[in-house]
Design a protein around this ligand. Structure first.
Ligand SMILES: NC(=O)c1ccc[n+]([C@@H]2O[C@H](COP(=O)([O-])OP(=O)(O)OC[C@H]3O[C@@H](n4cnc5c(N)ncnc54)[C@H](OP(=O)(O)O)[C@@H]3O)[C@@H](O)[C@H]2O)c1
Length: 255
């Protein structure tokens, strides 16, 4: 276990960290960082086998307890049922689960399905869980970190709008939990390769095009986003709350 000497975690007891969508992509990289630092990690997702094998691999790799909790976070019944399997005390909650539906269609039913789906997949997955466990967040050092997207700034239709909704929600959550010493922040990634998010859409030509839109000439890696999450979870970030940290290689400026 390696505690960071420079972010205030040196000598700190293991934290209890919950990472949603921790079985793949960015969430898995986040879970790996916390496990490597000596924390106990719970990863949440819908697919039993994906989650179980990720938990087994991360436990073996880092020698820490990594526990899978199967749950569809957009389903309130499922979230309620999962509460008994989630830790009684949570130091860090990372709301990372989310996805983008490629469904097309212009009629009102197709539009409704797209908008409702994106809000369920991205807003409710964060809000239902966080509101259900808010009393479990450790006073004075609790952290809520929510992963949104550059699409919240740029547009991106119903997906971008759902991520932007999380920005507004996060600000009110930060105001509610601030008096207890719990901070609430956002990490908003640009394009990140090596996850399931884009499926086959992120071919070489598309990767090159997207890399060219950044100031650093490359797209992001899951570890880039994980590093930003880990910083916001650290004791040294205790005076930062209600913020949005863009993690997009300079692709777009602003909040
Ligand atoms: N990759 C990018 O370029 C990019 C850019 C900006 C923002 N983001 C955001 O980053 C986050 C992570 O995405 P990723 O790129 O790492 O893609 P990913 O590999 O598809 O990860 C998404 C994870 O969320 C889980 N998930 C989705 N819906 C869920 C639900 N209803 N309940 C529980 N778990 C659920 C998935 O597991 P199950 O399917 O097993 O449930 C999966 O492990 C997402 O919020 C995404 O919007 C990604």
């Amino acid at each position: 276990m390696v505690r960071n000497e420079t972010d205030g975690t040196a000598g700190m007891a293991p934290r209890t960290v919950v990472v949603t969508g921790g079985g793949t992509g960015i969430g898995r990289a986040v879970a790996a960082r916390f496990a490597a630092a000596g924390d106990d990690v719970v990863i949440v997702g819908r697919r039993r086998e994906v989650l179980r094998s990720a938990a087994d691999e991360l436990s073996a790799e880092h020698g820490r307890k990594v526990t899978p909790v199967i749950c569809d976070l957009a389903d309130p019944d499922d979230v309620e049922a999962a509460l008994g399997r989630l830790p009684e005390r949570i130091d860090v909650l990372v709301n990372n689960a989310g996805s983008r539906e490629a469904a097309a269609g212009a009629g009102p039913h197709a539009v409704l399905a797209r908008w409702r789906g994106d809000f369920e997949r991205n807003v409710l997955t964060a809000v239902l869980l966080t509101e259900s466990v808010r009393d479990r967040l450790t006073p004075e050092r609790g952290r809520v970190i929510t992963v949104t997207s550059l699409a919240a700034l740029r547009g991106g239709g119903s997906y971008g709008a759902s991520k932007a909704a999380l920005h507004a929600w996060n600000h009110s959550l930060a105001a509610q939990l601030g008096p207890q010493g719990v901070t609430c922040n956002i990490v908003a990634p640009g394009t990140v390769a090596g996850t399931e998010f884009f499926g086959a859409r992120l071919n070489d030509a598309e990767l090159t095009r997207r890399a060219g839109r950044t100031l650093v000439g490359r797209v992001g890696r899951p570890s880039d986003v994980a590093a930003a999450v880990v910083f916001l979870a650290s004791p040294d970030a205790g005076f930062i709350t209600g913020e949005i940290l863009q993690c997009n290689g300079g692709e777009l400026l602003g909040r």
